[in-house]
Design a protein around this ligand. Structure first.
Ligand code: FAD
Length: 287
């Protein structure tokens, strides 16, 4: 089923993200984790894509397994930064052969060692290409409540976001953020500029201390004082830290739903216990 139709049909949705293994040897473990998350019956699951495309086969296979073996709606990611137009067309064909109807269209991070291919500069170009192959696919795009790291001014980032949506995004999913007021300000600014597609907030449960530094390095997201204090208090006790992180994320989600932002995407990081903890706390609110 198309994500946009799920969002239109249901008042509240909860979805989880998994990432594919980097090597074939890791496939079974990821498939098992993905199956356990699928058993929680989220509204859909997304499967990320290695920016260089090296693990694209695993993204396609995990996506197909989730959809066909476990009956979960799937959003398969596709990045273009290191791909030729032929690579992209071939990947779209693979997704279509596997019955995938939803693609998260991304540029991907520019590799530190430099780019090997210049067919795509931005996700917008990828979206035009996907649409030219099959206009019926449901397409998601990424957005950044605190601004994308490469863009000095948020107004420019929002202008490019508008171009991306006009290219054919059915919905947007946000980068992680830990203070909901950041999202509410962002929503105000993009709605003011006429970006009116659904925005799915991306929530990352912070369940161990190392994750804080890693998340900031990857996303540039601001860590609020409330989270810093929580991590400081529980970092040395993994069980308490995990539970506190799940509850912090659930608290964020309850506030979002209370304020009418009710299609939530959780970065569950291949961790069925964390996804289950979220579901346990939220089940009666989202069903
Ligand atoms: C929800 C979500 C899912 C993600 N999934 C993955 C994944 O599976 N695999 C992965 O490798 N990475 C993933 N990422 C990370 C993403 O690839 C990086 O953040 C990347 O740097 C930007 O990708 P984008 O699609 O947002 O790029 P774009 O939309 O192309 O934007 C990138 C930058 O270019 C600017 N820009 C856009 N158009 C123009 C223009 N015409 N002229 C000048 N500047 C312009 C934008 O303002 C922005 O600063 C994800 C991010 C999010 C938020």
């Amino acid at each position: 089923m198309k994500i946009i139709d799920i969002i239109r049909e249901k008042e509240v949705t909860l979805s989880f993200e998994v990432f594919p293994p980097k090597t074939d040897a890791g496939y079974a473990a990821v498939e098992e984790a993905a199956a356990e998350i699928a058993a929680l019956k989220p509204d859909f699951m997304s499967v990320t894509y290695g920016a260089g495309g090296g693990t694209s086969k695993n993204t396609a296979n995990i996506s197909a397994d989730l959809q066909n073996k476990y009956g979960v709606n799937v959003l398969s990611h596709l990045t273009c930064v290191s791909s030729t137009k032929e690579d992209v067309r071939s990947m779209i064909s693979t997704y279509k052969e596997k019955g995938i109807e939803n693609i998260m269209a991304l540029r991907g991070d520019i590799p530190k060692e430099g780019r090997v291919c210049y067919d795509y500069d931005h996700a917008t170009q990828l979206i035009y290409d996907i649409k030219s192959v099959d206009d019926s696919l449901c397409i998601g795009g990424a957005c950044y409540p605190e601004g994308h790291v490469e863009c000095a001014r948020q107004s420019e980032d929002i202008m490019h976001l508008k171009e991306k949506v006009e290219a054919g995004c059915d919905f947007l999913t946000t980068q992680m953020f830990f203070d909901n007021s950041t999202l509410y300000q962002f929503l105000y600014r993009i709605r003011e500029k006429g970006i009116d597609v659904p925005v799915l907030p991306g929530i990352m449960p912070i369940t161990n201390a190392k994750q804080v530094a890693r998340s900031v390095a990857l996303s540039g997201s601001t860590i609020p004082q409330k989270m810093k204090i929580m991590v400081d208090r529980f970092a040395d006790n993994p069980e308490k830290m995990k539970e506190a992180g799940i509850i912090y994320a659930c608290d964020q989600i309850i506030d979002l739903i209370s304020n009418g932002v009710s299609h939530i995407h959780v970065y569950s990081m291949n961790k069925p216990d964390i996804a289950a903890g979220m579901m346990r706390n939220l089940a009666s609110i989202i069903r």
